[in-house]
Design a protein around this ligand. Structure first.
Ligand code: X8Z
Ligand code: ZN
Length: 635
């Protein structure tokens, strides 16, 4: 997940992100011809002062690209070590690295303003635009404040990564039967599997005891980040985040609203049906009519995807395919086997196999002996092909989808790593998030039969509706969540939501947009936004909303390229070199062109549209409409 930023790993929220440019004695990048590399007072790297002319701008961009490559490599190495071995020392190193990167970034952005208003070549102009909007976390120039911001940022992510909830009620429910302190993956597993609502509540509440500690850190973090943004000429951090989509921030917000409006009817139908089924299971006392759904009953810690409660909502019981998790286990898949399976899909499209070092250097399993950031991410440590993933894989359906997601990032890295660093990013960050998700749509029952995971694939209507329901519980359920996270943050950043109203604003939005409510009373002592990784890790989130719309648009175009003409939800592009060629063509553009050009390269369309997702789910929507006739939908 990476913003069109310049971070060599996908979770980075800024150019070089909260991770940094290394602590070791990295040699400065080679100076561009005719210019000496500048060093600031403390010896850090900085672009040389170039004359305010088109030629000066060109030399500046060239130098920034060279220095970025160095900075990134160091930053990524430290961030990798810290994320795969959280200790006081690695945290300190990561904070220092991150501080250096932020310093460079702010300095380069300020230095670039001298070229404002000049007639520049399109290439130079684009790279300066990308640079200007790259600071996901802009640092203030005051060194003390910058250090404070870097430390806060590192601490928040680590505190989240190390978070545990201890309760006598949970004794024996985690991996180790003797322990009663559970980590997020263990708590998530209970939420996914248990149908005991008291236990679900305990786990839901428990994970949210980890985040109050982050609240003061977060509000200070916002203050400092905004100060940095103002120094760069922006009103607040949100203005930077919204400004990187090749259109004005306001136009971007309007685009997101337009797309949400188009898909909202799908969400409302799904919500209505799922609520009715949950009421059957948990009783009318737990779930009232025309009321929001209590957040702990949807099988996911944040109620963002609901596929884990498929068994409770299966449209035609017993008429679909056996559970994929069970099949993966029966077929003796292990963590690496699942990654191999996903790689095979990319290779079938004509893409390269992953490098040997990917298999040697990735982290596939949660280590038993140390703390790691388990939240999945994809990396290119050198920005030149040192690909890795970091993921605490479990053998299940959900993780197989996530592996495709992560490899999508890796293949994007791979196909644009020949570009100058400023172009090494997705066409926009939603594109980066949407590549693996697009391929995951081709992991259809017939594809799974082809690779031996199923023996027989029923293709009658009940089986098809069941299959679409499984998909909708991920793809449709996610949409309002994907949109609301940054809506909350934009209002926090611009001051509309003060720190004294963080939680209230959060729940107001969750209820209005998702039709979800907290199962217990919440107050401003809690900090529920901090219980979602991307808030403490400062990773923008609208990218996932975009991706969940784009993936269907990409899927439709690639299916067409492969010669497929049937219903969209049955298409798999597996083995289609034509589809692969189109995809690779787009990946190789990186961020070198505005995203509508990249979209056009793959789909022939220049606008994001929800009509592909609407097409895809049309049979399910018809069925849901019939089921919901007697229901009072809405909340
Ligand atoms: O954060 C992720 C990826 C990492 S790039 C695992 N995702 C979002 C989330 O987990 O909340 C993928 C789906 C949405
Ligand atoms: Zn991602």
């Amino acid at each position: 997940m990476r913003i069109r930023t310049l971070a060599p790993f996908v979770l980075g929220a800024s150019l070089l992100a909260p991770f940094g440019c290394g602590t070791g004695p990295t040699p400065p990048a080679a100076p561009p011809a005719g210019a000496a590399p500048a060093a600031d007072a403390d010896g850090g790297m900085s672009p040389a002062e170039q004359p305010a002319t088109p030629a000066g701008a060109e030399a500046f961009v060239k130098e920034v690209n060279e220095q970025l490559l160095d900075l990134w490599q160091d930053a990524a190495r430290v961030a990798w070590v810290k994320s795969t071995y959280i200790t006081h020392d690695t945290e300190t190193l990561a904070a220092q690295a991150s501080e250096r990167v932020m310093e460079y970034e702010a300095r380069a952005i300020k230095a670039a303003t001298r070229f404002d208003g000049l007639e520049l070549s399109p290439e130079v102009k684009r790279q300066l635009y990308l640079l200007k909007y790259s600071a996901g976390l802009p640092a203030p120039s005051d060194p003390q404040k910058r250090t404070e911001l870097a430390e806060l940022s590192t601490k928040m992510e680590s505190a989240y990564g190390k978070g545990k909830f201890c309760s006598p009620k949970l004794k024996g429910k985690g991996k180790d039967p003797k322990r009663d302190c559970l980590s997020l993956p263990e708590l998530s597993k209970i939420l996914a599997k248990s149908r005991d609502k008291d236990l679900l509540l305990e786990v839901w509440r428990g994970w949210r005891t980890v985040s109050p500690e982050l609240r003061p850190m977060y509000s200070r973090f916002v203050e400092l980040g905004n100060e940095g943004a103002r120094e760069l000429g922006f009103t607040d951090m949100g203005q930077i985040w919204k400004g990187r989509y090749d259109m004005s921030g306001d136009a971007f917000v309007a685009e997101m609203d337009r797309l949400w409006k188009e898909v909202k009817p799908l969400y409302e139908q799904l919500h209505c049906y799922v609520r009715a089924r949950l009421r059957r299971r948990y009783g009318a006392a737990a779930i009232a009519e025309k009321a929001p759904i209590p957040a702990h009953l949807l099988g996911n810690m944040w109620a963002q995807e609901w596929a884990n409660i498929y068994d409770l909502v299966e449209p035609f019981p017993g008429r679909g395919l056996p559970d994929l998790t069970i099949r993966l286990k029966q077929k003796k898949y292990d963590e690496v086997g699942m990654v191999r399976l996903a790689e095979k899909f990319f290779v079938s499209l004509g893409m390269d196999p992953l490098p040997k070092t990917f298999w040697e250097r990735s982290l596939f399993l949660k280590p038993r002996d140390r703390e790691v950031v388990c939240h999945a991410s994809a990396w290119d440590v050198t920005s030149r092909g040192d690909l890795r993933i970091k993921m605490c894989i479990e053998v299940n359906h959900e993780d197989l989808v996530t592996i495709h997601h992560e490899l999508g990032h890796n293949y994007y890295f791979h196909y644009y790593n020949h570009l100058p660093p400023l172009y090494q990013a997705g066409a926009n960050d939603g594109f980066h998030e949407g590549i693996g998700d697009t391929l995951a749509l081709s992991v259809t029952p017939s594809y799974l039969a082809k690779v031996g995971l199923y023996d027989r694939v029923p293709n009658d209507e009940p089986a098809e509706i069941n299959e679409l329901m499984k998909r909708a519980l991920e793809g449709i359920a996610f949409l309002p969540f994907g949109k609301m996270i940054d809506q909350w943050r934009w209002e926090v950043f611009n001051g509309e939501t003060p720190a004294t109203a963080y939680n209230a604003a959060w729940w107001k939005m969750r209820t209005e947009m998702q039709g979800i409510a907290s199962p217990i009373e919440r107050t401003e002592k809690d900090f529920d936004p901090g219980a979602k990784f991307h808030i403490p890790a400062n990773v923008p989130y609208t990218r996932y909303f975009i991706a969940r719309i784009l993936q269907y648009q990409f899927h439709r175009a690639l299916c067409k390229a492969s010669g497929y003409t049937g219903p969209l939800h049955r298409c798999s592009i597996f083995d289609s070199k034509e589809a692969g060629k189109k995809m690779m063509g787009m990946l190789a553009l990186g961020a070198s062109k505005p995203w509508p050009d990249a979209l056009e390269a793959i789909t022939g369309e220049r606008k994001m549209t929800a009509n592909a997702i609407i097409d895809y789910y049309a049979p399910l929507m018809k069925w849901l409409g019939e089921q919901n006739q007697k229901e009072q939908c809405g909340w």
